[in-house]
Write a protein that binds this ligand. Structure first.
Ligand SMILES: [Ca+2]
Ligand SMILES: [Ca+2]
Ligand SMILES: [Ca+2]
Ligand SMILES: [Ca+2]
Length: 185
């Protein structure tokens, strides 16, 4: 093998190395997928929107005033049910039950279930102390527990156990409608 052939071979190897290196760069920049044909596009299907199921009695329960009509008075009545929202998150749920119990016991509890009774729980407790007097008799007692339960039960239009924006949405959906009383359904 002549010197010239050798240097040609070296040049070839060198050129191949450079080419390989360059391909590596392309891969790094565009990703290894850049060599592949795009092929069939992957379908990204969105999950169907989860709609809460509205029970048949919901329109009747939306008539909070019991006058067989869902109207502004029922919206006002719903707002009154939110008096039982002791932590001010526009919902009456297990956290408010916990707060009511804490107020009756006179001790703050872990309202947000993060394992700590910290400043946020103490703030929620302090607020609840001011709001749990639902009956206006000057003290927080069994009558407030009963009033709390009544508001939670009445405001729970869709029957999922809590009073929140879903119940308000049911009332809004049936605004202006005449409804059958619950007993007739
Ligand atoms: Ca009504
Ligand atoms: Ca609440
Ligand atoms: Ca906590
Ligand atoms: Ca509800």
């Amino acid at each position: 093998m002549s010197k010239r052939t050798l240097s040609n071979a070296t040049a070839c190897v060198l050129a191949l190395s450079i080419l390989t290196l360059c391909m590596g760069c392309v891969d790094r920049i565009l990703g290894p997928e850049s060599h592949k044909n795009a092929g069939t596009p992957v379908e990204h299907r969105m999950p169907p929107e989860i709609q809460p199921v509205e029970p048949a009695y919901a329109p009747a329960k939306a008539d909070l005033t019991g006058d067989r009509r869902v109207d502004a008075a029922d919206l006002a009545a719903f707002a009154a049910m939110l008096a039982a929202d002791l932590n001010g998150d526009r919902a009456v749920d297990a956290r408010d039950v916990k707060l009511l119990g804490a107020v009756l016991d006179g001790l703050p509890v872990d309202v947000n279930d993060d394992g700590l009774v910290d400043a946020s729980d103490i703030a929620a407790y302090a607020r609840a102390k001011g709001w749990a007097e639902l009956t206006g008799n000057g003290r927080i007692d069994a009558s407030d527990v009963a009033a709390f339960a009544a508001k939670r039960g009445k405001g729970d239009v869709n029957g999922d156990g809590n009073v929140n924006s879903l119940d308000l949405a049911v009332i809004q959906r049936h605004l202006g409608q005449e409804v059958e009383p619950i007993g007739a359904i």
